[in-house]
Design a protein around this ligand. Sequence first.
Ligand code: AMP
Length: 199
Amino acid sequence: MKPLTSLCVYCGSRKGKKSVYAKTAMALADEMVDRDIRLVYGGGGIGLMGTIAQRVADGGGEVVGIIPDFLQKIEKPFNGGTKKIVTDSMHERKQIMFDMSDAFLALPGGIGTLDEMFEMMTWRQLGQHKKPLALLNVNGYWDPFLYLLDHIVDHDFAGPDIRNNLVVESDIKCLLDRLGGARAPQKERQMSRAAAPSK
Ligand code: AMP
């Protein structure tokens, strides 16, 4: 498997009802910084999107936010220590996010998160890519979605690959291990932390 160096994270433009979602976004950010994994995301500064981007940047990690021009007013781009790419359309945004990422992971989110994840799943189903797809199933948030996928397979509206190709974990370290994210040596981690701007 190709080593994971650039991960696209889809997640909510809201923080959700429970604090565990934001805590998980921060824990994922920390683990990505430890493993030198770049964050590719939708560029917003609100909700879980803003939480993870802020935390990766604060930890000295690399963040690339890709946002369509019309969304800049709504989703208040996060600018601190990140690279921002402004696109003309949602389609262009999704294509760039795809091109820049080795794998795709969904944290809890709403229909925007689902749309983005579904598109990567359908592209894979159509043989357009073989990049890993993952759900971080914190607090059982994605259980109903998994149930729906099983239902689709049970009723033979899709083959079992749509389910088998999805890496589902509630544990962040296990999930990143399964996606091919190597842990950076301890010394490098300390150096990247030391180089990070103080909060
Ligand atoms: P949500 O999960 O609904 O909070 O949306 C998360 C993010 O997905 C939003 O902030 C948008 O940047 C993005 N998004 C929303 N709708 C779509 C869509 N139809 N296609 C692609 N991305 C979307």
